[in-house]
Design a protein around this ligand. Structure first.
Ligand SMILES: Nc1ncnc2c1ncn2[C@@H]1O[C@H](COP(=O)(O)OP(=O)(O)OP(=O)(O)O)[C@@H](O)[C@H]1O
Ligand SMILES: [Mg+2]
Length: 586
C-alpha cells in the first residue's frame, strides 16, 4: 500500500499510494516508519488514489512510545501499518485485570481494541469533560464511573471518595448497582426537603467559616468581612456552656453598654438604646433588673436610667461604675471547642455585632452591614434554613468522614450523588462552594497527605466555576484554589461543561486530561486547540462532526489524542432527549 516518500511538509509526510485506490477506511490508522533502532509513528489523515498523507505523532524507542518527533524518517524509509504489539503502546495496556489500567472506552478505528490509561495518570489529576448539549457528556461520564466501580474482579477501590454535584438529578439511579459489589456503596443526598427519599444534604451552621457566610450572604465588599468574623466570635461565646464564657458574656455586654453611655447622644436616645440592648442581650449579672446598690439605697439598672427634670440620666455614674466591674482586661478566650449553634444563634450574634459596630462607626457602615442581617433573616425564614440544621456536634473531619459513610456500621461510601435539582441555581452554587471548601480543607489538614482523596465532579461546571467576585471579596475562588493546590492533597476536580468558554480560565488551564465530545462553536474549539499542542487542525475538524458518545481524549494520561467510543452506560442517566413523535402525538 505504501510506496516511496514523496515529500515532507512540517510534521506531515506524503507517500505514494501504490494500490491506487482511495480507501478512506484507513484514515485514522497508525503507521510506522521503521529504521534500525528507531521507529517513527504517524497517523493516516488523508488518502487519494495517488498519495497518502501521514501526520507524524511520535517515536518508539526501546519499546516505549514518546510523543513528538525528534528525528524524521529517512527519505528511503517505507511505511507499514502498525503491529498489534506496538499499538498497545499508543492505545494503552489492554489487560484490564491489572488495576492500574483504567478502561476509557473502545477504539473506533481498531476493532476489538480498547482505550485505557493508567489510573493514576487520569484520576490523580483534574479533568474536564467538554461537549455541546446532547453530545454524550453525561453518558460518557456515567460510563467512565461505571467502568471504575462496576467491576466483578477483586480490584475494588474501597477508599475512593467521589462526589457528583448533580445539577439535574440525572445520575440519581445510575449507580444503584454499585451496592451489589462487596465493599462498594453508593450514597444519595437530596435537596428535596419534604418528600425526599434520601438523606437531606446538610452542613451544620457551626462549621461555616467567614468565607462561607460571605458566599451565603452575597457579600460583595471585603469591608463587610470583619463584622462576620466578629459574629462568629460572639456566637461561640453566647452559645458556649463553658463556665468561663459567663465572664466573657458579661464583659462584652458591659463594654457595649458603656460605649453607648459615652456616645454623646442625648439622654433619651441613650436610655432607649441601653434598654433595647439589655432586653435582648443580658446575663444573670447584667440585666435591666440588676440591683445597683449605694449605701442605704438600692435601685434596679432600669431605674438608674431614668431621666431627671434637667434631662439627664440621674444615676449615670452608678451605672458606669456597676458595668465597669464586669469589664475584664485579660480574659481567657480558650473556650470549649465543641460548640454547636444554629443560624438563628448566628443571627443573634450578628445583631449584637452590628449594634456595637453601629455605635462605634458611621451610620453608613451600619446600614451597609445591616443588609447582611436581613439576608440572614430571610434564609432563616425560608426552607434554606433546613440545610444548616444538625442535631449534634461533629468536627469538620468527623463530618467529612461521616459524609462518606453509610449504614449502621459506618461502611465506606465510594460514590456520592448530590441531587441539586430542587433548589435555585444561586443557592446550589453556594452549597457547592461550601462543600468543596470543606472537602479541600479536610484533605489539606491530614497528616498523611493524600490518604483521603476526594474527587469533586461538577456537572454544568460553567455555572459554578466562573470568574466571580469571590476573588475580590475573599482573595480567592475555591475552585481556582483547588485546581491550583488540590492535586497534591488529593482534592481532584472533574468539570463537565457545554461552555468551556465560560469556565474560569484558571480552572481549565490546570486540568491535565480532557474528554472532548462534539463541539462546533469556534470559540470553544479555539479553547480546545489552545489546551494542547497535540490537537491538530484535522482533529479539530473531526470534533465538529463527532456522533453522540464519540469523544476525543487527550492529556497526560494519553500518549496522543485518541478517538474513543464510549459504550452506553447501563443504567443510563436520565438525560435522554425527548421523543417528540411520542409526546406530541397520541
Ligand atoms: N455513548 C453513546 N452511544 C450512543 N448514544 C449516545 C452515547 N452517549 C450519548 N448518546 C445519546 O445522546 C443523548 C444525550 O447524551 P448526554 O445526555 O450524555 O448528552 P450531554 O452532552 O450530557 O448533554 P447536556 O449538555 O444537555 O447535558 C443520549 O440520551 C443518547 O441518546
Ligand atoms: Mg449532560
Amino acid at each position: 500500500m505504501f510506496g516511496n516518500i514523496i515529500k515532507f511538509e512540517k510534521s506531515k509526510i506524503y507517500v505514494e499510494n501504490i494500490k491506487k485506490i482511495a480507501d478512506t477506511n484507513y484514515i485514522g490508522f497508525h503507521v510506522v516508519f521503521e529504521e534500525p533502532n528507531h521507529k517513527t509513528v504517524g497517523e493516516i489523515t488523508e488518502i487519494n488514489k495517488d498519495v497518502i498523507g501521514i501526520q507524524l505523532i511520535g517515536e518508539i524507542v526501546d519499546g516505549i512510545f514518546a510523543n513528538g518527533v525528534m528525528k524524521k524518517p529517512g527519505m528511503n524509509t517505507i511505511a507499514r501499518i502498525i503491529y498489534k504489539s506496538e499499538l498497545e503502546l499508543i492505545l494503552g495496556n489492554q489487560d484490564l485485570s491489572n488495576r492500574s489500567n483504567l478502561l476509557i472506552g473502545s477504539s473506533p478505528i481498531y476493532k476489538d481494541y480498547i482505550i485505557t490509561s493508567n489510573i493514576n495518570e487520569f484520576f490523580a489529576n483534574h479533568f474536564a469533560v467538554i461537549g455541546n448539549t446532547g453530545s454524550g457528556k453525561s453518558c460518557g461520564l456515567s460510563r467512565l464511573i461505571q467502568n471504575v466501580f462496576f467491576t466483578a474482579n477483586n480490584n475494588i477501590p474501597i477508599n475512593a471518595h467521589m462526589c457528583l454535584f448533580d445539577v439535574y438529578g440525572e445520575y440519581y439511579n445510575t449507580f444503584d448497582e454499585m451496592d451489589k459489589f462487596v465493599g462498594l456503596h453508593f450514597k444519595k443526598y437530596t435537596t428535596e426537603i419534604r418528600f425526599g427519599d434520601a438523606n437531606l444534604l446538610t452542613i451544620p451552621a457551626y462549621l461555616l467559616t467567614v468565607d462561607d457566610l460571605a458566599i451565603l450572604l452575597g457579600v460583595k465588599d471585603s469591608s463587610q468581612l470583619p463584622i462576620l468574623s466578629k459574629s462568629l466570635e460572639l456566637v461561640r461565646i453566647f452559645c458556649s456552656n463553658d463556665p468561663k464564657s459567663v465572664d466573657y458574656k458579661n464583659d462584652i455586654i458591659a463594654k457595649t453598654v458603656l460605649d453607648i453611655l459615652s456616645s454623646g447622644k442625648n439622654s433619651t436616645q441613650i436610655r432607649d438604646q441601653v434598654i433595647s440592648i439589655l432586653t435582648t442581650y443580658h446575663t444573670e449579672a447584667i440585666n435591666l433588673d440588676s440591683k445597683i446598690r449605694q449605701p442605704g439605697y438600692e435601685r434596679t439598672l432600669r431605674q438608674c436610667l431614668n431621666i431627671d427634670d434637667q434631662g439627664k440620666i440621674n444615676a449615670l455614674a452608678l451605672v458606669i461604675n456597676f458595668l465597669q466591674t464586669y469589664v475584664k482586661v485579660d480574659l481567657d478566650i480558650d473556650l470549649d471547642e465543641n460548640i454547636t449553634y444554629t443560624l438563628s444563634d448566628l443571627y443573634y450574634a450578628l445583631e449584637f455585632a452590628l449594634i456595637s459596630e453601629g455605635i462605634l462607626t458611621s451610620e453608613s457602615a451600619f446600614d451597609k452591614n445591616n443588609i447582611l442581617k436581613s439576608r440572614l433573616q430571610s434564609i432563616i425564614n425560608s426552607d434554606r434554613n433546613e440545610f444548616f440544621k444538625f442535631d449534634r456536634y461533629m468536627s469538620r473531619a468527623e463530618f467529612v468522614e461521616d459524609f462518606f459513610k453509610t449504614g449502621p456500621h459506618g461502611e465506606n461510601v465510594q460514590l456520592v450523588d448530590i441531587n441539586l435539582s430542587f433548589i435555585e441555581d444561586s443557592f446550589a452554587k453556594c452549597l457547592t462552594k461550601i462543600f468543596s471548601r470543606v472537602f479541600f480543607e479536610h484533605t489539606t489538614s491530614l497528616q498523611d497527605r493524600g490518604s483521603f482523596p476526594i474527587h469533586i465532579v461538577l456537572e454544568e461546571a460553567h455555572r459554578y466555576v466562573q470568574n466571580d467576585s469571590d476573588i475580590n471579596v475573599l482573595g480567592y475562588n475555591i475552585f481556582d484554589r483547588i485546581t491550583k493546590e488540590g492535586r497534591k492533597y488529593g482534592t481532584i476536580l472533574g468539570f463537565v461543561t457545554q461552555r468551556p468558554n465560560e469556565l474560569s480560565k484558571t480552572a481549565l488551564s490546570q486540568c491535565s486530561n480532557f474528554v472532548v465530545f462534539r463541539l462546533f462553536y469556534p470559540e470553544d474549539l479555539e479553547i480546545v486547540k489552545g489546551i494542547s499542542s497535540n490537537v491538530t487542525d484535522e482533529t479539530l475538524e473531526k470534533i465538529k462532526t463527532l456522533k453522540p458518545g464519540m469523544g476525543l481524549v487527550f492529556g497526560t494520561a494519553f500518549k496522543v489524542p485518541l478517538l474513543v467510543k464510549f459504550p452506553l452506560p447501563n443504567p443510563m442517566p436520565i438525560s435522554t432527549s425527548i421523543k417528540i413523535d411520542k409526546v406530541w402525538y397520541q
